[in-house]
Each structure stands twice: as structure tokens, then as C-alpha cells.
Design a protein around this ligand. Structure first.
Ligand SMILES: *[C@@H]1O[C@H](CO)[C@@H](O)[C@H](O)[C@H]1NC(C)=O
Ligand SMILES: *[C@@H]1O[C@H](CO)[C@@H](O)[C@H](O)[C@H]1NC(C)=O
Ligand SMILES: *[C@@H]1O[C@H](CO)[C@@H](O)[C@H](O)[C@H]1NC(C)=O
Ligand SMILES: *[C@@H]1O[C@H](CO)[C@@H](O)[C@H](O)[C@H]1NC(C)=O
Ligand SMILES: *[C@@H]1O[C@H](CO)[C@@H](O)[C@H](O)[C@H]1NC(C)=O
Ligand SMILES: *[C@@H]1O[C@H](CO)[C@@H](O)[C@H](O)[C@H]1NC(C)=O
Ligand SMILES: *[C@@H]1O[C@H](CO)[C@@H](O)[C@H](O)[C@H]1NC(C)=O
Ligand SMILES: *[C@@H]1O[C@H](CO)[C@@H](O)[C@H](O)[C@H]1NC(C)=O
Ligand SMILES: *[C@@H]1O[C@H](CO)[C@@H](O)[C@H](O)[C@H]1NC(C)=O
Ligand SMILES: *[C@@H]1O[C@H](CO)[C@@H](O)[C@H](O)[C@H]1NC(C)=O
Length: 489
């Protein structure tokens, strides 16, 4: 008999008297400190209740392994009483108070758990009568057999519940059995003005993630649309493992063969010089550890993730000076990412799907590109990091603005780096981490249910400070795939 089939139900907390303890928006979050088996916290289950409901939640676990452990910490108050807006638009007077209930998990990552959460056991109207089964993503193991550390993760951003975004989400939700991902990285800008309707807009969106985040544990990155009150409202909602307000702006975690570094470039652009310095110090330290030779032998891939990007090439706004200016604005970040041999930077913000050849210090770096078929490429990089923009989750703002000129008038390394761009298909991306040198990136069109493009990416993982190049001379050719652009006219 399989030992995991023995159901050991634990009723953890006594039900005490409180109203409005109905469990809403359950979510399984990973992030900061999702590191290794010795960390305190591997993941958290969070949910919202209308009242404080301290100690009211009931959690039933199918406990399959004695190493499984968890603790309930004090709820976090989500309180707002303010006029909120996005860059002066979409203004709304918002006043609400609710709570995020937090259960920190320390779990064995190799097996599956089933959890049932009930806010009020006698209240049959609880929305969370469902049992969710989850498997936490693989932690790195000290094993030269990289095959055992393979992971596949999903990522996308810029999505709301308008028609295209809803279609993408519905597709993902209906395919959790066929699509098996170890984890999901959300690249920011959810719901487009989450605070509207007194917070209900964001909540309806997150409700969609209940099944999804228990299928693929969610690492949530904030976007610029979440910067209200200095990201406070976002932080209260997406209380990350090992939570710490500052670290919610930048944090790192390791899954299988990948060290993920989350950096909030929008925060970098709006915060004080002191905070900028702190962020740079943190990033330098984190990357120095991740890229040291011993560590990199076990965890060869370093992948930065976040909402805003530094290498921004937007052919749809002829004079998108803001986008072009990011390279200069975020140069101190770029210096660290290139110095420590980051492989990829996964971003959103621009509402299209794009792959940019490796760049560093605002210059195109060595790479080799082989065309396998019209939508599959081999991309081999020397130095610098590849930028993948997955901002085509589907939201209220179309990728190609009606009113703007679409003339290409930028002749720079940024334009040369543009290997693939598509502004009209909605979906998500995923990366299959195959072994120490190879990953496969697939961009999936969830509306037409087909792969948009595939890049087989090979990296030698440039050592920190290394100036030697793996490949011969710099390949100077470049091309821009114009088909998407042309069909859009
Ligand atoms: C549970 O819900 C029932 C029905 O709404 C209510 O009478 C009871 O007081 C609630 N108990 C707790 C502990 O919230
Ligand atoms: C595991 O994580 C803890 C806490 O982050 C850290 O102190 C420790 O060095 C890590 N161990 C290994 C082997 O990476
Ligand atoms: C959830 O699990 C509990 C404990 O095994 C069980 O009693 C209950 O029927 C399950 N609920 C659903 C909806 O499957
Ligand atoms: C990893 O394995 C190698 C070889 O077996 C060993 O020398 C090293 O000490 C191990 N490292 C850790 C952190 O366990
Ligand atoms: C982060 O949060 C923990 C737990 O609340 C706290 O002990 C620690 O001092 C915080 N660190 C920083 C840098 O704020
Ligand atoms: C924003 O929050 C960070 C910590 O999360 C804090 O250090 C900083 O001072 C805040 N900035 C403003 C303008 O309040
Ligand atoms: C872009 O801006 C520059 C400088 O302001 C201007 O000279 C140029 O004509 C503009 N191009 C387009 C296509 O609007
Ligand atoms: C790639 O090769 C195929 C087959 O030769 C060709 O049809 C396609 O246009 C090429 N694509 C690019 C971007 O070069
Ligand atoms: C939704 O997708 C369709 C098809 O690509 C497109 O025509 C439409 O503009 C999109 N809607 C928005 C709001 O982007
Ligand atoms: C890594 O994966 C690639 C692509 O599947 C394969 O060609 C290569 O041989 C693998 N390398 C190792 C060392 O297994």
C-alpha cells in the first residue's frame, strides 16, 4: 500500500467565534526563501477573510510525509482609505479593510499534498469546499545528474479579465492536467487597476488563480500598475514566503537548475537614492553568490524576472522615448546582470511577445542564431543576457496603439537585437530547463492553441568578470521579423 494514500486528517485550529471568516481567493505562493530543504519556509498558502478571524481558519491536510511542517502566522491587514489612481487616470476613492491569512509551509518537495481550507466549518456557503492538490517545485539537489533537476515553468504578465486575457486564463485553467508546469512566474500588471470597484476588480481576477496557483505554485511580481501607496496594497496581498516589505521588491529563489532573481525596476525608478543603493547592494550580493563557480555547478542557470525591462525596443510607437530611455535609466542594474553572467531576463510591460538577442551595457553581444524552421530557432549566446518579453497575457490596452505612428526610426543595437516580435497573439511563455547548457523557450498562442515560436537556447554561463568569448567573431547580421507588423497594417 502506498504510504501516501493513508489519509491523516489534521484539524489544526479550533474554530472560535467570528463572523465573515469565509475563505476567499486561496493562493499558493512561492518566492523569497524558496531555497533549499533547510529554509524555514518553502511556500505559503494565503487567503482573504473579511474579518480578522485570527485562529479561525481550519486547514485539513492530507499528510503524507513526516517532514511536512507548517505554521499559521498572524493575519496581515489590508486596509486602504485613499484616492487611488494610475498615473493620474482611473481615479477612484477606495475604502476597504480585509485580512490576508497566512500559513507558512515547510514541505518535502517531491510529493503531492492535498489541502482543504474552511473558513467557517459550519458555514456551508464557504467557497472553498474544494480540495486542492499541489506539489511544490523541485529544490536544487547536489547532484551531478542534471536530468534530475529539470524543471518547466510558466510565465506571463499584463493580463486582465477583458476578452483576450480571460480566454488565455480559461485555456490555462482548463489544461492543468495536460500542461504540467512546476511553477508559475507572474510578471506583473494584473487586472488593470486592481483597486477599482473597491478592490473587487483585482479580487475577481485573483479568484481565477485559485486552481492555477495550486497547480503551479505562483511567484508573483508586481508591475507598475501595482505601485499604489508604494506597493503597500500589493505587498499585503502577495505576502511572499519569508516576507519582508523591502524584499518583496526584490528577492530570489532557486528551483531545480535555476536561480531566479526578481527585481522590480519600476520600484527602482520611483524610489529614493538610498533605496536604489540598497537594491543594488542586494542584487550584487545575491548574484555574486549565485554565480560563484561552486554554486553554479549545481545551479547553472541564472534567470532574472520582473515586470519592467531595460532593453526596450518598441517598433509600434515610433518615438517611444520612455521605452528607449530604460536602457540608460536602468544601467546600474544592467551592469550587475551582465557582470555576473545572468542568462535570461524575463519581463513584460510591453504588451507584446519579443525575443531580444543578448545585450550587455547597451551593446549587442556575441550570439549565433540558426533558423531551423519558420518558427523554431537555435540561439547560442556568448556574453550578455537574452531578454524575453511576455507581455501578451491579454489586457485592456492592445499592443498596437491606434493613434500612434508605427514608423521604425531607431537604428541602434536595440533594433539589431530584436530577433522576434509579435503584437497580435495572446498567450503565455514557458521554459523547459533541459540540462546545464540547454533550455527551450516556447511562446504559446492560447487563443489559436498553437506554438507561436520556439527558441532552443544554449548558454555556456559566462563566469563572473570573464571577458573571454565562447564563439568567434561578433555576428553582425540582424533581422527583424516584420510579418507580424505587416499583417497588422
Ligand atoms: C459560522 O457560520 C454560521 C452561519 O453563518 C454562524 O452562525 C456562526 O456563528 C459562524 N461561526 C464562526 C465560528 O464563524
Ligand atoms: C539553504 O538556505 C539557507 C537559508 O536561506 C542557507 O542559510 C543555507 O546556506 C542554504 N544551504 C545550501 C546548501 O544552499
Ligand atoms: C475533501 O477532503 C476531505 C477529507 O478527505 C473529504 O472529507 C471531503 O469530502 C473532500 N471534499 C471534496 C469536495 O472532495
Ligand atoms: C556535493 O557533492 C560533492 C560531490 O559528491 C561534494 O564534494 C560536496 O561537498 C557536496 N556539496 C554539498 C553542499 O553537499
Ligand atoms: C524582514 O522580516 C523579518 C520578519 O518580520 C524581520 O525579522 C527582519 O528584520 C526583516 N528584515 C528587514 C531587512 O527588514
Ligand atoms: C517605499 O517602501 C520602502 C520599503 O518597502 C521604503 O523603504 C521606502 O521609504 C518607501 N518609499 C516611500 C516614498 O514611502
Ligand atoms: C521622433 O522624434 C525626433 C526628435 O524629437 C523627431 O526628429 C522625429 O521626427 C520623430 N520621428 C517620428 C517618426 O515621429
Ligand atoms: C527560416 O527558414 C524557413 C525555411 O527555409 C523560411 O521559410 C523562413 O522564412 C526563415 N525565417 C527567417 C526568419 O529567416
Ligand atoms: C483581442 O484580440 C483580438 C485578436 O487578436 C484583437 O483584434 C483585439 O484588438 C484584442 N483586444 C484587445 C483589447 O487587445
Ligand atoms: C543538453 O540538452 C541538449 C538538447 O536536448 C542536448 O543536445 C545535449 O546533448 C545535452 N547535453 C548534455 C551534457 O546532456
Amino acid at each position: 500500500m502506498n504510504k501516501y494514500s493513508i489519509l491523516a486528517l489534521l484539524v489544526l485550529l479550533a474554530v472560535v467565534s467570528a463572523d465573515k471568516c469565509q475563505v476567499t481567493l486561496p493562493r499558493l505562493l512561492i518566492g523569497d526563501k524558496y531555497t533549499n530543504a533547510t529554509s524555514d519556509v518553502t511556500a505559503i498558502i494565503a487567503f482573504d477573510t473579511a474579518d480578522e478571524c485570527k485562529g479561525v481558519a481550519t486547514l485539513n491536510f492530507n499528510k503524507g510525509d513526516p517532514s511536512f511542517d507548517f505554521r499559521v502566522i498572524d493575519p496581515v491587514l489590508q486596509a486602504v482609505d485613499a484616492d487611488l489612481d494610475h498615473n493620474g487616470k482611473e481615479k477612484e476613492r477606495v475604502k476597504y479593510k480585509k485580512y490576508t491569512q497566512i500559513i507558512q509551509l515547510k514541505a518535502d518537495v517531491q510529493q503531492s499534498y492535498t489541502v482543504q481550507i474552511q473558513g467557517n466549518i459550519t458555514d456551508k456557503t464557504t467557497v472553498f469546499a474544494t480540495n486542492y492538490t499541489f506539489i511544490l517545485p523541485k529544490l536544487p539537489s547536489n547532484n551531478t545528474k542534471y536530468a534530475q533537476n529539470q524543471i518547466k515553468f510558466l510565465f506571463f504578465g499584463d493580463q486582465d479579465l477583458t476578452a483576450n486575457g480571460t480566454s488565455v486564463l480559461n485555456y490555462l485553467n482548463s489544461n492543468t492536467q495536460n500542461n504540467k508546469f512546476d511553477a508559475m512566474i507572474y510578471l506583473g500588471d494584473y487586472a488593470y487597476e486592481f483597486y477599482q470597484n473597491n478592490g473587487a476588480k483585482g479580487d475577481s481576477y485573483i479568484e481565477k488563480f485559485a486552481p492555477l496557483s495550486f497547480s503551479y505554485p505562483l511567484a508573483m511580481a508586481p508591475g507598475n500598475h501595482e505601485d499604489n501607496l508604494n506597493f503597500t496594497l500589493f505587498d499585503q496581498k502577495f505576502f511572499l514566503p519569508g516576507y519582508n516589505k523591502t524584499l518583496n521588491k526584490y528577492n530570489s529563489f532557486t528551483i531545480g537548475m535555476v536561480h531566479f532573481v526578481h527585481i522590480n525596476l519600476h520600484y527602482f525608478s520611483i524610489t529614493t537614492n538610498d533605496e536604489k543603493d540598497k537594491m543594488l547592494k542586494w542584487l550584487k550580493n545575491d548574484l555574486a553568490i549565485a554565480s560563484n563557480a561552486g554554486q553554479r555547478r549545481n545551479v547553472p542557470w541564472i534567470i532574472a524576472v520582473g515586470h519592467k525591462l531595460n532593453y526596450c525596443y518598441d517598433p509600434y510607437y515610433a518615438n517611444n522615448t520612455e521605452c528607449i530611455g530604460y536602457a540608460q535609466q536602468f544601467l546600474p542594474i544592467d551592469n550587475l546582470l551582465s557582470q555576473y553572467g545572468v542568462d535570461l531576463f524575463l519581463v513584460a510591460h510591453q504588451h507584446y511577445n519579443q525575443v531580444m538577442a543578448p545585450m550587455a551595457r547597451n551593446q549587442l553581444q556575441d550570439y549565433k542564431l540558426t533558423n531551423i524552421s519558420s518558427n523554431e530557432f537555435n540561439l547560442q549566446k556568448g556574453k550578455g543576457y537574452i531578454t524575453i518579453v511576455q507581455g501578451n497575457g491579454g489586457c485592456v490596452t492592445p499592443a498596437i496603439p491606434q493613434s500612434k505612428s508605427r514608423v521604425l526610426d531607431l537604428a541602434s543595437d536595440l533594433q539589431k537585437a530584436n530577433l522576434f516580435i509579435d503584437p497580435i497573439h495572446y498567450g503565455y511563455g514557458y521554459i523547459n530547463v533541459i540540462n546545464q547548457t540547454n533550455v527551450q523557450y516556447v511562446s504559446y498562442d492560447a487563443i489559436n492553441k498553437k506554438e507561436l515560436v520556439t527558441f532552443n537556447i544554449k548558454s555556456q554561463h559566462q563566469q563572473s568578470g570573464s571577458s573571454s568569448t565562447t564563439f568567434g567573431s561578433l555576428i553582425t547580421f540582424s533581422f527583424v521579423i516584420l510579418s507580424a507588423l505587416l499583417t497588422a497594417f
